[in-house]
Design a protein around this ligand. Structure first.
Ligand SMILES: [Zn+2]
Ligand SMILES: [Zn+2]
Length: 299
């Protein structure tokens, strides 16, 4: 069973990387990047403030707390309506449907920095950052792969529909922004906000598999990076995450700022999150021990 999954993951990856450019994705990326540059000439405090809020809604509630820590890793449990709401927020990030995102990310964890990883910097820094979404089928998986990697979500008809229509919330939000604040709010709140959000997510795939510190001796290249964590609402504590993928809390000290974790704690406070998984004190201590011995040796 496990072998089968790996074989399918590998096959998909090879096919994706060898395939030519995906012109639909390339076209959208050109439009969004050009729109983001145009937005820089339309900035206002109002547009900036609303866009920052939307960035948090899509990037933190949606991608970090929703797509990643809840749907991919099931690091905590919420009532279904909260799960669907977070999924809706994640659709605003233009990172594809939640099921496709979850499958891609579960493949990343199954093959981190090895054959089959859809976006490892070992295949090139540009590839890991953005190149991988521009080629072949990227996050589009065959149904058999989706069923193997995300059977939990494929069983849920609401998720299947939200996955199919993932672009609808973004279009609706664009219409609302245009109606409320004109072209400037549409450009800043959609094109600039989405483009910045995409690069923040991509930095987790590129930068935190290249540069930073490592608390845990994992078999991959994952690192912790404070600046990626700030840009991605806490996802930059990526070495902590790869060492203990199911834990919902990635920042392990008070100075490892983890906005997504604060959001999950807020949900818990409201009675909307339970069964929250965390890295234990013993596991953190075990990671610190070799370092301490090294220091003693050095002294
Ligand atoms: Zn990773
Ligand atoms: Zn993960």
């Amino acid at each position: 069973m496990n072998r089968n999954i790996e074989a399918i993951g590998n096959k998909k990856f090879t096919a994706g990387q060898q395939a030519g450019l995906n012109w639909i994705t390339v076209t959208f990326m050109v439009i969004f990047h050009a729109g983001a540059i145009a937005a820089l000439f339309m900035l206002s405090w109002k547009a900036l403030f609303i866009s920052m809020a939307l960035w948090w809604v899509s990037g933190s509630l949606g991608i970090g707390m929703g797509f990643h820590r809840l749907l991919t890793h099931r690091g905590y449990k919420t009532p279904k309506f909260v799960e669907y709401f977070l999924t809706f927020c994640g659709s605003l990030a233009l990172e594809g449907g939640a099921i496709n995102w979850v499958v891609t990310h579960r493949i990343h964890h199954a093959h981190t920095d090895n054959d089959g990883d859809p976006h490892t910097p070992r295949d090139g820094r540009w590839w890991a950052h953005m190149g991988w979404i521009l080629r072949g089928t990227a996050q589009q998986h065959e149904e058999s792969v989706m069923r193997r990697y995300a059977p939990d979500m494929m069983k849920d008809p609401v998720h299947v529909w939200m996955n199919r229509l993932y672009f609808v919330p973004l279009i609706l939000s664009g219409i609302v922004l245009l109606a409320v604040g004109g072209w400037s709010l549409l450009f800043v709140g959609t094109f600039l906000r989405v483009t910045v959000g995409l690069h923040a997510t991509w930095l987790v795939n590129s930068a935190t598999h290249l540069w930073g510190t490592r608390r845990f001796e994992t078999t991959d290249d994952s690192t912790n990076s404070w600046w990626v964590a700030l840009l991605s609402f806490g996802e930059g504590w990526h070495n902590n995450h790869h060492a203990h993928p199911r834990a919902a809390k990635h920042g392990l000290t008070w100075y490892e700022i983890d906005i997504n974790w604060y959001g999950i704690r807020a949900l818990q406070f409201l009675g909307l999150a339970k069964n929250i998984r965390q890295i234990s004190k013993e596991q953190i201590a075990a990671a610190a021990k070799p370092r301490f011995e090294e220091l003693q040796k050095a002294a």
